[in-house]
Design a binder for this molecule. Structure first.
Ligand SMILES: [Mg+2]
Length: 128
């Protein structure tokens, strides 16, 4: 199976780096969608069916935590696995995100970290 992914980050360079890390890690990717803030991310979710959302926290217009809250309020989106990749250093906030079901990866991250994290939460273990 291949994973349709939505990557939400206000930095295009970071989105590209995340994508590259996923490719290098052998994650079987299907459709790839990108958005520059939470509002665009929610719009993309309404348009495309995705299996995974990777989201930054600090973004203009709508930050990642607000986007996650909106996803949780919507039965259509509340079961989609979420990985937060952020420079966010506050443990209080990290814990709050984990309580909301998100997995947290701190920036900067080694490329392998993304693969290891995704293998833990997605059903992609059995060869490709
Ligand atoms: Mg940011």
């Amino acid at each position: 199976m291949s994973i349709n992914v939505l990557i939400v980050d206000d930095s295009g360079v970071m989105r590209a780096m995340i994508l590259k890390s996923m490719r290098m890690g052998g994650i079987p990717l299907g459709e790839i969608h990108q958005a520059g803030n939470g509002e665009e991310g929610l719009a993309a979710l309404k348009e495309h069916k995705v299996d995974l959302v990777i989201v930054d926290i600090n973004m203009p217009v709508m930050n990642g935590e607000e986007m996650i809250d909106h996803m949780h309020d919507d039965p259509e989106f509340q079961k989609i696995p979420i990985v937060v990749i952020s420079t966010e250093g506050s443990e209080v906030r990290q814990n709050r995100l984990m309580e909301k079901g998100a997995v947290f990866i701190q920036k900067p991250f080694p490329p392998k970290k993304i693969r290891d994290t995704l293998k833990g939460i997605l059903d992609i273990g059995g060869g490709k």
